[in-house]
Write a protein that binds this ligand. Structure first.
Ligand SMILES: NC(=O)c1ccc[n+]([C@@H]2O[C@H](COP(=O)([O-])OP(=O)(O)OC[C@H]3O[C@@H](n4cnc5c(N)ncnc54)[C@H](OP(=O)(O)O)[C@@H]3O)[C@@H](O)[C@H]2O)c1
Length: 306
């Protein structure tokens, strides 16, 4: 297939693009700079210069492809405080792709997350069957996920890959784990909140690459898929592992100091989000093949960067 990939130069894209190429697909990656285009060409992909805001360009690229994988997200805007704007722009891009692909039967794989699922399934392990209503407002990325899935009824073989809050590997340089490590380095404490028994799911970047490829190739229209290797690691264990590698103490951070200690992650750290990928494994014939988060942390690569 000739596949148009947004976010091809990002963390997840750095696994998805080689995975597609090695399976014999042609990749056209969206690049917003000459440097990004050069990097994509060095991998053996083609580059299409453009931006997520160019919706006509996205429609044109989708129409010219046999399928689309949408990974790009305006994390820079999000980090600058405009999360709502980043969400709206993501939704606009998803709509543009779906409209361009409507009636073609071509695959569209969009990106979502597991992190919002606890509000649909409080206190239990979330599954691919858990769905949040669109009425949550534009703040929630679930609107883009639901929009893509609704286009399954309009001739798009759409699927949504839900990533856990932690996708880890040597390819991860600015996700939540490097941020937690930088926080522990900077404060001298590897922190958790409460008793730290809240659980975070995690997946390996290379497993994510595989799931995106399989979703493109074979996911039935309307599939929601989970890239989860670790169903739920107690956050305290993550903090202890980071503390052990850095040689700093691990401690519970008082709730009134959470914002000062964790910064923007203060809202994410207490997440209790046990999540299964059993349905995805069954549907795609996929199994997580790479190390879990604690084993990956113990490989040491996260701690060699300044
Ligand atoms: N990594 C994780 O742990 C994780 C967890 C849950 C969900 N996710 C989601 O997975 C997706 C991929 O994440 P990631 O970790 O690969 O992100 P990333 O490393 O920050 O990469 C973001 C990608 O989006 C591109 N991009 C950003 N703004 C753009 C714009 N205005 N126009 C065109 N392209 C633009 C970037 O291009 P440049 O190379 O030019 O910057 C880059 O290729 C995102 O939707 C993210 O929210 C990731």
């Amino acid at each position: 297939m000739r596949v148009f990939v947004t976010g091809a130069t990002g963390h997840i894209g750095s696994a998805v693009v080689p995975e597609l190429l090695s399976a014999g697909h042609e990749v056209v990656g969206l690049a917003r700079s000459e440097a990004a285009a050069t990097a994509l060409k060095a991998l053996g992909a083609e580059a299409r210069l453009g931006d997520l805001d160019d919706l006509d360009g996205l429609r044109e690229a989708a129409s010219a492809a046999d399928g689309v994988i949408h990974l790009a997200f305006k994390h820079d805007a999000m980090r600058a405080g405009d999360y709502a704007g980043a969400i709206e722009d993501d939704l606009a891009a998803v709509r543009a792709f779906c409209e361009a692909l409507a009636g073609t039967g071509k695959p569209f794989v969009c990106t979502s997350g597991t992190g919002m699922l606890p509000s649909a399934a409080p206190g239990r392990t979330c599954t691919e069957d858990d769905v949040l209503p669109t009425g949550l407002g534009l703040q929630a990325r679930v609107v883009a996920e639901n929009t893509a899935i609704q286009f399954a009824d309009r001739g798009v073989r759409s699927s949504a890959v839900r990533l856990p809050p932690v996708v880890h590997s040597t390819l991860d340089h600015h996700g939540f784990i490097p941020t937690l490590i930088a926080t522990a380095r900077g404060t001298g404490v590897s922190g958790y909140l409460g008793d730290g028994t809240n659980r975070w799911p995690a997946g390996h970047t290379l497993d994510a690459g595989r799931v995106y490829r399989l979703a493109l190739e074979q996911a039935p229209a309307g599939s929601r898929l989970h890239v989860v290797g670790d169903e739920g690691i107690p956050f305290r264990l993550i903090a202890e592992t980071i503390g052990r590698h850095l040689g700093v103490p691990t401690a519970s951070i008082p709730s009134d100091q959470a914002q000062a200690h964790f910064g923007f992650l203060a809202f994410v750290v207490p997440l209790d989000n046990p999540t299964s990928s059993a349905r995805t494994q069954q549907l795609l014939g996929w199994q997580p093949a790479h190390p879990g988060l604690i084993a990956d942390l113990d490989l040491g690569h996260y701690f060699t960067e300044a």
